[in-house]
Design a protein around this ligand. Structure first.
Ligand SMILES: [Zn+2]
Length: 84
């Protein structure tokens, strides 16, 4: 069985499909051999986003993770209450 080889879009390194980071964004499939390369790409991409759009995106993403943290905290609190 041969696995497809992909090329990291940041550093050019070849890697096997199933490894690395694959992200679909802006109607394109993006491939990175490591999280570091993915982060480099996204840090550069942020510079091209319209400032107002970026502010909206940052706020929405922050809210999403804040809600996730709250859920986790809520769940662990319930677990402790159940034990009492
Ligand atoms: Zn890379």
């Amino acid at each position: 069985m041969t696995t497809k080889k992909l090329r990291c879009m940041v550093c050019g390194r070849l890697f096997h499909d199933g490894q690395g980071v694959k992200i679909v964004a802006g109607g394109k499939e993006l491939y990175f051999h490591s999280k570091t390369c993915a982060l480099k790409f996204f840090k550069s991409m942020v510079l091209y986003i319209d400032r107002e759009e970026l502010e909206k995106s940052v706020s929405a993403t922050l809210k999403e993770f804040e809600n996730r943290l709250k859920e986790v905290e809520e769940r662990s609190r319930k677990r402790i209450e159940d034990m009492l």
